[in-house]
Design a protein around this ligand. Sequence first.
Ligand code: ADP
Length: 207
Amino acid sequence: MTRMLIIGPPGVGKGTQAERLSHRLNITAISTGDIFRANIKGQSPLGLAAKEYLDRGDFVPDSLTNCLVRDRLLEEDTKKGFLLDGYPRTSAQVEYLDAVLADNNLKLDIVLQLTADDGELLARLIARSQEAGRSDDNEAVIRHRLDLFRQQTEAVVAKYDERNILLKVIGTGSIETVTDRIYRQITPRLKRQGRQDARLATAVGRQ
Ligand code: ADP
């Protein structure tokens, strides 16, 4: 069972890869951006509160985001493992997530960082704005989301790197190429972790 995060700038392909990975690893994918967009579409109180932030490309306040993630992580379908996409994005969110996991005796196994340069990201997001029409995919808002990533989320990446659970994968090339690259990086970690889990189970069994 694997508990992991996927982190990267807007447009790097986190959502696409998260979906593929969660299927292959049989873990639950949770995207905070998707949850907000679904709530906006359904005009729920959360959606109404979050909409202005999403439209501007700003972070939704922690008072809304943190509880949402905590509640989602305590649902039954995360017991088989989870892949969190879009959270944490700030150092304060890292601390909150640490506390939620510690309270429930859980720990993260892998933090996967996807990278691409700003030129590539801008081109992808502008192309997407012309096709799908996400309300936050226009050039000024895209630039703001990229700036916020550099200002706030790079510190998050650094924190996980210090903990030695960060794996960095280049997010350019075809979708399949990136998935293969991710697999090559995470497989040895998952194997090592599987052996640790087995040892732990044997030790507990002996008690
Ligand atoms: P992207 O990373 O491509 O910009 P996401 O779908 O991950 O897109 O997020 C879209 C928007 O949802 C963000 O710009 C932000 O307004 C909101 N959001 C998502 N996750 C968080 C979070 N962890 N904290 C605050 N706001 C968030």
